[in-house]
Design a protein around this ligand. Sequence first.
Ligand SMILES: *Cc1c(COP(=O)(O)O)cnc(C)c1O
Length: 370
Amino acid sequence: MLEVPFVDLKRQHAYLREDIRRAIDNICEQSDFVLGKAVAEFETLFATFCGARYCVAVNSGTSALIIALRAMGIGPGDEVVVPSHTFFATAAAVVCVGATPIFVDIGENSYALDLADAEKKITKNTKAIIPVHLYGQIVPMAPVMHFARQHNLQVLEDACQAHGATQNGKAPGSWGIAVFSFYPGKNLGAYGEGGAIVTNDEKIVELARALRDHGSYKKYVHTMIGYNMRMEGIQGAVLNVKMQHLTHWNELRNQHAAYYREHLRGVGDITTEAIEPGNFSSFHLFVIQTMHRDNLQAFLKQRGVNTGIHYPIPIHRQEAVRKNGCKRGDLPRTEAVCERILSLPMFPELIREELDYVIQNIKMFYEVTR
Ligand SMILES: *Cc1c(COP(=O)(O)O)cnc(C)c1O
């Protein structure tokens, strides 16, 4: 039996070890522990990678969301449209700045937020919309931008799973303000926590830089209440090393995804994610759907294949936001997919033998349960 991990960061470290050690050692020698040269260098590299003018490095994706919302002027009394089918942080950040998340469903046969549902739910207090580029695929942005213009909404892209994803050649940050996470398991992962805000908007950048540093433009002069959300030097140094590999890693993820799609076509009741024309997905996750999800997951686990569910409980059904007034059944498509989605092993260093083993065991599941 083969043991196939869901993600394995150790494999990556094995070939990056020397470069990473040198980079971290350098930070220690310089005592450049908070922000500093390596972080500034990373900001330039990552902004260029996104084809944007600016990047502000912070200490997590959640922090990036909070700072971006604050810089956009979102606060108490404001409403923000968010999908319920996303990682919890997307909505939590809205609550953290004192605003109210308006949960919307996903589209039919799509994981992107549904603008028709948003149209029904917005009010005069709705100030922003957060399209989440879930699993690595960019939400169709032309309709989002049209909707935002029509209703006078600001646009914040949650690109925490979409490093390197493009739509018609454009990267996150080309439309709205984009936020990224460098949590270790993301496509670009730090050796600890990390995040960034990417934008072409100079005013947002100035505010974001101050907000990550206690609302200060000048040392010991505090213009507003901010946070301690600066990126650490060591994380910047690690990310600089990893930036050299990101494009290649995303290509490998795409190859694995193509292989899964080819070999899972017509297997049982499995459907794979449709990729919209013009989109290049970063394939942070490879997600299938089946009516037999729980049984398939248990079957695979018994055979050493580790999978995940992203995410099992939609945010509008979470206890923490219960007072939002959403009931079971309010977001039918979101609630339905939560029972059917399964994330297969996906990381650049997966080998063919492992992909074959995963596919073979999925086929076996349908043979024995027929
Ligand atoms: C990971 C993630 C976040 C939060 O990032 P952290 O760095 O863990 O704070 C937010 N939104 C989405 C969609 C994510 O996947």
